[in-house]
Design a binder for this molecule. Sequence first.
Ligand code: SF4
Length: 294
Amino acid sequence: MSESPRIKVADTAGFCFGVRRAVKLANEAPEKYPDKKISTLGPIIHNPQVVEQLSRLGVEPADLNRDPEPGVVIIRSHGITRKLAEELKERPDLTLIDATCPFVRRAQEIVAKMSSAGYQVIIIGEPDHPEVAGLISYGEPQNTRVVTSLNDIPDTFFNNRRPSRIALLAQTTQSQQLYNEIAAALLTIKGELRCFNTICNATSDRQSEALQLAKECDCMLIIGGRNSANTNRLHELSLEKQPNSYHVETAEDLHPEWFSQKKSIGISAGASTPQWLIDEIVARIIEITGISKS
Ligand code: SF4
């Protein structure tokens, strides 16, 4: 019989401050506005189970490409574009609940300030992510760009003979390693470089702890929605240290053979994973392996 494994759940697994706040505001809305239609601008977080729970309370995600129906509209922690924020404020038939995370708001303000001051603003992030769409909208199109790697920075930046003025920041959930790499390369350019490390502590702490666990354990589970960018990144990082790393959304995704012959199982979870889902998965592993949590 195989030796019983040990389960170690990361202290930083699950909801971050911004997500906890957004989900709380969404949960409180039906009681606060019992007679109004309540919608979130897109799914409140990248977790289908939480979205479903809210839907049972009458809080539904609205289509981002259509004008929201009259009633209460909740802005997600990712924030929205400047244009949409202005349009929504103009609508007298809407009550806005702004759950934009204060750390995302800070990054939006940096983009607006540096871009209007004439800096070349470089945002490290995923171009299709709603937070990044919001960030870029706060800059001037001619001097604000999104990059996913060093290769996306045009040669003209490096070959420019005149001193440059560059402002660097990142989507709040980006990898610290990538940020450091790009900042180091930009430092070689003559002129002025302003580095704003807008990567949220919640993200870097979660990444560091997951990496540490992935090194220590011989099986690693990352829990979170399949379309959650920070969960996917956590899984990628974990895979670098531990090839037996698996991304799961619910307890249904667990395969008992993953735990066979394993002595230690590490668990972390993305910022949009609720505690009850982590508990459910831990309980299922205990059921499969017959061991207790450390
Ligand atoms: S990861 Fe950080 S910036 Fe993003 S919502 Fe959470 S607390 Fe806010």
